[in-house]
Design a protein around this ligand. Structure first.
Ligand code: FE2
Ligand code: FE2
Length: 410
């Protein structure tokens, strides 16, 4: 899971910068540093890299922005009523039983096993690429862990109302814990570790109503699938860019994400009121746009990472957006016309405006002047986003909610 949301009114900055003092010594035997991303003072949230040993920890501020992967919470009482089989006759118990059996099979139980190649590869990664790799691991780990927390809580809360759905959530949280743990082990190759216990307590949680949790998590699972499989296929075809072994695990890994997405698809079909009216169409397009714009702006700030593994960032992102949109069109009642070249032109203009906003943010001006300079840029960004939202949509979705979505062929 890799959920993100759209920043409409704030500039989007680079996520984290490790100060020289806290940078891990390359290839050394120094104990790992603990990366903490926490709510700090002054607001907005700031994080810290804490060097071990625990005595007199050396901390360096790292920025957390609106594009940092979020933690979610929801209305669990409403969730309980949605999954009450007596209240909701659309819940196809046989279908959920079948899904549960698939999750119980646990295809990837023995998949996430590390080997010495990880540390060797990490030691070879130097300079800016090393830093951006750390950031990639850190962001991915946070996103996976965010899924773990939400699914675990849903598994706990739905136990009485709907034990089958509850168990599926628990098994999905198992998968996400595995993914987060594997990424965190990856960070240890760089002498770092995310303090997940600290994250759980200190992070702000974003509240979404159940309906929005469904849209957002469905999209984030599917976009996660397309990102992982695209990187995997690219590196399989171009092994000279295989700079760190984690990507070799993406093929089976993304199948977990795909299964998670399919489960949300089944959940959405069991709640036709979330799919079959004009509001559902507007919200579907809104969530698609949020997720696509967030990814595009985020990735365009990190071209060094994608170029480092031999990808063209914008081409990669457009491929992922188009495929995710095609997948989402099977369930969402309306999606964006992302294959219209005008959509990409709008995204590219958003990137340009965002770059200007970042430049203003990093300038030496006093805050008042900075804010003044940002006004027209923020207005321009918002108008591009609104224009993209208002582009003629593509009507989509399944008419027959009883029919289960066909599986993707891997
Ligand atoms: Fe997932
Ligand atoms: Fe995951």
């Amino acid at each position: 899971m890799a959920t993100a949301e759209l920043a409409l009114v704030k500039p989007i900055n680079r996520l984290s910068r490790f100060g020289a003092g806290a940078a891990p010594r390359l290839g050394g035997r120094r104990p790992p540093s603990v990366v903490r991303m926490a709510v700090g003072s002054p607001p907005p949230a700031a994080g810290a890299t804490t060097a071990l040993p625990k005595k007199s920890p050396k901390t360096t501020e790292i920025k957390e922005t609106l594009l940092t992967p979020r933690f979610y919470t929801t209305d669990f009482d409403e969730m309980e009523s949605l999954f009450n089989t007596e209240m909701n006759k659309n819940l196809n118990e046989k279908e959920f039983e079948a899904l549960l059996q698939e999750f119980k099979t646990d295809y990837n139980q023995t998949h996430f096993v590390r080997n010495p190649a990880f540390k060797e590869a990490a030691d070879k990664l130097q300079g800016p690429l090393r830093q951006i790799f750390v950031e990639f691991l850190e962001r991915s780990c946070t996103a996976e862990f965010s899924g773990f927390l939400l699914y675990k809580e849903l598994g706990r809360r739905l136990k009485k109302t709907n034990p089958v759905v509850a168990e599926i959530f628990s098994l999905m949280s198992r998968d996400e814990a595995r993914h987060a743990g594997f990424l965190n082990k990856g960070l240890s190759d760089f002498n770092l570790a995310l303090d997940l216990g600290f994250l759980t307590k200190a992070r702000k949680y974003t509240f979404f109503k159940p309906k929005f949790i469904f849209y957002a998590t469905y999209l984030s699972e599917k976009i996660g699938y397309w990102r992982y499989i695209t990187i995997y296929r690219h590196l399989k075809a171009n092994p000279e860019f295989q700079v760190y072994p984690i990507f070799k695990y993406f093929e089976n890994w993304c199948q977990d994400e795909n299964r998670h997405g399919d489960f949300f698809s089944a959940l959405l079909k069991a709640q036709p009121q979330f799919l079959n009216d004009w509001k559902a169409k507007l919200w579907s397009r809104f969530f698609c746009l949020s997720v696509y714009v967030t990814m595009y702006l985020n990735d365009c700030q990190r071209t060094a990472f994608y170029e480092g593994i031999g990808l063209n960032t914008k081409e990669f992102d457009m491929h992922v957006i188009i495929e995710t949109n095609r997948t989402s069109a099977r369930i969402f009642p309306a999606v964006l016309d992302v294959e219209n070249p005008e959509f990409k032109r709008k995204l590219d203009r958003m990137v340009e405006i965002n770059e200007k906003l970042i430049a203003v943010g990093e300038s030496q001006d006093i805050p008042l002047v900075k804010n003044f300079k940002k006004i027209p840029l923020v207005a321009a960004l918002v108008s591009e986003i609104v224009a993209a939202y208002l582009m003629p949509p593509v009507e989509s979705g399944s008419v027959d909610f009883a029919e289960f979505e066909p599986r993707l062929v891997y």
